[in-house]
Design a protein around this ligand. Sequence first.
Ligand code: FE2
Length: 203
Amino acid sequence: MTAVSEVPLTAKHRGKTAPAKLAHVVYKTSQYEEMIEWYRLVLEAEIMSASPMVTFLTYDEEHHRIAIANMPGLQERPFQSAGVEHCAFTYACLDDLIYTYERLQQSSIEPYWTVNHGPTLSFYYRDPDNNQIELQIDVFDNNQKVNTWLEQSDFASNPIGVIFEPEALIARYRGGESLDTLLARPVIDPADLINHLPLPPSG
Ligand SMILES: [Fe+2]
């Protein structure tokens, strides 16, 4: 077994001046009300400040985690264009992630991709403008364990993940299966990886 890469020190511990945190994401949209409502609902956010031009939303101690800028007449972004692929939000535990999945189902908000990446279990959603967000939990409780998994699993032949059926996973969880087996990423034939990728948005 090969030695696992060391986890680098934080920039602060390397004596560097780096950002203290990742602050927020700003979306520009021509579907202003729909976007505000979607992020408010999906992230259980509250509106900190609203105006006809921009709305700030937050769900924690930050003033705003999401801002929505109202810009009528924008063009739709082609799915194949370069840019941000998705933004990810981590929940504290599997209970919270499942609760959120089921809560959003009640508002007909369904994930387009549910995948076990290995280090995370992830539900991916598209907002009204087809921006993509990932709601996830961390499978491992520290970065050394993530590095160990990345280097000792089949990650080299499958750097994407293995899809799962949410209802089946929830049934296993509620049936008392341990997190160790529930969250362990199955090994698949690399030739089958194409069947585990997300589909582009329809329409
Ligand atoms: Fe991600």
